[in-house]
Design a protein around this ligand. Structure first.
Ligand code: DSN
Length: 433
């Protein structure tokens, strides 16, 4: 029996099936993506999408909220317990909304904020000129030092003393090293700033105990829920108990209307999964696999920003006379290896071109790739990058990638690895086969 979607809307159905194939046949190395479990997907696709529930559990503007209250409360409690946080708000639709709510709660327009610059790995919402954050607040940026390509704490301290920011923001979208949150707290305390730790990239590593937690060093912690945490797309705010009322008000009614209760249900499932001992094994494997990928790329002669990685991601820097990130990422996609072009510290090329590519291990580790296979992936990447002028190479590598991915998927299914992932429509819809 064909699915409702297949019968009713073949065009959308075909796109979904195409995406499922891409997710099974290509190697996903974009470090901000992951494969959520089948249970997370089920909650995300549930009837909870239907309900208007403006407000918070127990204080809603609509009747009929018994079950969405239940699920949102569960999500909040699980988030607090997972990260040992004072309070949790699970309503942000995205990381961007989570950051905006914290800015609205803690700052006045025009206030000064100190954050990591985009070329050093900072997020758009950390004061990139094209983003609302830079338009509403006076962002000053710290960066990495040119030698080590790691956070330059002397610069952070100097800029903090010079500009007396009201807030210091930590966290990045492309920084391959640990965050020393304690050191940032010292600097923030020295100048009377509050500390917002945006742990979007490393939240799953924090939950799994393989990256320091910012929670006791920051008044506010924001995150997305779909990266290393492996949940549905969305955002999260954690804060100290006494800051809760302002944060909640800033998000709703300040920024958002009705919460996405289906996504909140899926977040609740994800928080439960992330609290399991097996998730800590997953987080450890993510870091170990990324280290293997880094070692392999280095041994193949590539240059990595900061010389390597402590976490789930790495950045390849191309020399001035080498390929651009745009060309390299496109060639790798043709070879079935999905990465993204990315600026590297002190990059002179635009964000559309770039001198680097970013990749990481969270999604491929969930899919079932192990250390040896990450070594193979590293070699395949190097082969593509060494032969950008040879049109035959991407297709040859793509065939190897398909074979490798299919062997890994078969092993995953045979061993029933936790958690179970999506079942492709081909497997449940005989009409398609
Ligand atoms: N765009 C996101 C990323 O890929 O890292 C930033 O959160």
């Amino acid at each position: 029996m064909a699915s409702a979607l297949e019968r009713q809307d073949p065009a959308v159905y075909a796109a979904v099936v195409g995406e499922e194939r891409r997710l099974r046949e290509h190697i996903q190395l974009i470090p901000s993506e992951n494969y959520p479990s089948a249970a997370v997907l089920e909650a995300n696709g549930s009837v909870m999408t239907q309900k208007y529930a403006e407000g918070y559990p127990g204080y809603r503007f609509y009747q009929g909220c018994r079950w969405v209250d239940e699920v949102e409360d569960l999500a909040r409690r699980r988030a607090r317990s997972l990260f040992k946080a004072g309070r949790a708000n699970v309503q942000p639709h995205s990381g961007s909304a989570a950051n905006m709510a914290v800015y609205f709660a803690a700052l006045e327009p025009g206030d000064t904020v100190l954050a990591l610059d985009l070329a050093s790995g900072g997020h758009l919402t950390h004061g990139d000129p094209v983003n609302f954050s830079a338009q509403l607040y006076n962002f000053v940026h710290y960066g990495v030092d040119p030698e080590m390509e790691q956070i330059d704490f002397d610069q952070v301290a100097r800029l903090a003393r010079e500009h007396r920011p009201k807030m210091i923001v930590t966290g990045a979208t492309a920084y391959p090293r640990f965050w020393d949150y304690a050191r940032f707290k010292e600097i923030a305390d020295d100048v009377g700033a509050v500390h917002l730790a945006d742990m979007a990239h490393v939240a799953g590593l924090v939950a799994g105990g393989v990256h320091p937690s910012p929670v006791s060093y920051a008044q506010y912690v924001t995150s997305t829920t779909h990266k290393t945490l492996r949940g549905p797309r969305g955002g999260l705010i954690l804060c100290q108990r006494e800051l809760r009322a302002e944060v909640n008000r800033a998000l709703f009614p300040g920024i958002q209307g009705g919460p996405l209760e289906h996504v909140i249900a899926a977040k609740a499932v994800m928080f439960h999964e992330a609290a399991q001992p097996a998730f800590a094994d997953y987080a450890r494997a993510v870091v170990d696999n990324c280290a293997v990928l880094a070692e392999t790329l280095l041994s193949e002669g590539l240059t990595l920003v900061s010389g390597g990685t402590d976490n789930h991601l790495l950045l390849v820097r191309f020399p001035d006379d080498g390929p651009t990130g745009r060309v390299a990422a496109a060639a790798l996609e043709e070879a079935g290896i999905v990465v993204n072009k990315n600026k590297v510290p002190f990059d002179t090329k635009s964000a559309f071109v770039t001198s680097g590519i970013r990749m990481g291990s969270p999604a491929a580790t969930t899919f079932g790739f192990r250390a040896d296979e990450f070594r193979t992936i590293g070699r395949l990447i190097a082969r593509v990058l060494r032969n950008l002028d040879d049109d035959a190479v991407p297709a040859a590598v793509a065939a190897e990638v398909r074979e490798l991915a299919s062997a890994v998927a078969a092993r995953r299914e045979r061993e029933e690895t936790w958690p179970s992932l999506f079942t492709p429509h081909e497997a449940v819809t005989p009409a398609l086969v």
